[in-house]
Design a protein around this ligand. Structure first.
Ligand code: 5AD
Length: 333
């Protein structure tokens, strides 16, 4: 499928059935029936960036900020692994209070006590931080490209550029991280051509994972009055990524679950998704991690129930990348 075809399918809503079926077949052929679980810890909502869409943005004075102490993060990670979830995702705003060494020691401590994979999602940092964390045992890095349109990127992310973002992603890949890109569907200012570029870029990057979710307004941001992204369009984008990028890991994201609390996750699993990311952040913290309004809390039980409903299996191993450069490194993947 080339860019024009992707665009054509993005525009065509009357053939959703065909598209989702093709995506589901591709998922089955290239990824199998396992749905991998990734346990998220949102350990800090402090952020030095000012992204227009995000409730954690620096200029949001309404949000109550928190930081989890390193020992609490480690203890929670071990608890998640004991529940059989073999990937721990450490996520936060871009928060430099946690120094390079602090994060490295969190990673070392978790790795000493469990064989779970560690995914970092800590935003933009100097390359020596990334290298150090990789040496400490981090396996994966999630950093969405957010939008493939460079002008829109600059409008949404004051002082930042898409080139910078992409060069960090490629540096992470060179360090041996499994990388996760991804974008927001229906972010104000985006058109369908931009969205087709997002799908194309994910393929070109040969990303191991891609997180795709609809835009959802957050009341204390400059985009508070903009309409949310369209769920159906998000599912079409998901299906098209599955069809074009084949063996990529694709989560049924929290934003999809937020737009349709009853059916969102199930619909995503049927449109090509093969990962769910339950949130283990203690509620006293997670209620403050409002990147957008009314964020759904995906629990482990909820994830297992929807996997059962979709007639799929819960992955019991780490669910490493299915891309061959990692397959060589992790023959068990
Ligand atoms: N709507 C949808 N997604 C958002 N994110 C941040 N704010 C929003 C929003 N208002 C996404 C970004 C970020 C991820 C953690 O959450 O893509 O990378």
């Amino acid at each position: 499928m080339d860019r024009d075809e992707i665009l054509h399918y993005l525009k065509t809503s009357n053939r959703n059935g065909d598209l989702f079926q093709k995506a589901d077949e591709t998922r089955k052929k290239h990824c199998g029936d396992k749905v991998h679980l990734r346990g998220i810890i949102e350990f800090s909502n402090h952020c030095c960036r000012n992204c227009l869409y995000c409730g954690l943005r620096r200029d949001n004075k309404k949000i109550k900020r928190y930081r989890m102490p390193p020992q609490e993060i480690v203890a929670l990670a071990l608890k998640i692994a004991r529940k059989g979830v073999k990937t721990i995702v450490l996520q936060s705003g871009d928060d430099f209070w946690y120094k390079r060494k602090t994060i490295a020691s969190i990673i070392t401590n978790i790795k000493k006590q469990t064989d779970a994979a560690i995914t970092l999602s800590l935003g933009e940092r100097p390359l020596d931080h990334y290298r150090n964390w990789r040496d400490a045992g981090a396996d994966r890095y999630l950093m969405r490209h957010e939008t493939a349109n460079p002008n829109l990127y600059e409008m949404l992310h004051p002082g930042k550029s898409l080139i910078e973002r992409l060069s960090l992603l490629s540096a992470l890949k060179d360090m041996g991280y499994q990388i996760g890109a991804g974008n927001i569907v229906g972010i104000p200012g985006q058109d369908l051509k931009d969205l087709a570029e997002d799908i194309w870029l994910i393929k070109e990057l040969d990303s191991d994972m891609a997180g795709i979710g609809p835009f959802i307004p957050q009341k204390d941001t400059p985009l508070s009055n903009c309409p949310p992204g369209d769920l159906e369009l998000t599912l079409r984008a998901l299906a098209l990524i599955r069809i074009t990028s084949k063996n990529i890991h694709l989560p049924a994201t929290t934003a999809v679950a937020t737009l349709d609390r009853k059916e969102g996750l199930l619909m995503a699993l049927k449109a090509g998704a093969n990962v769910i990311m339950p949130d283990f952040t203690p509620q006293r913290y997670s209620q403050k991690y409002q990147i957008y309004d009314n964020k759904q809390n995906i629990t482990l039980d909820m994830a297992k129930a929807v996997i059962f409903k979709a007639k799929r299996e819960t992955g019991k191993d780490k669910g490493d990348s299915l891309k061959c450069r990692h397959y060589k490194r992790h023959p068990e993947a």
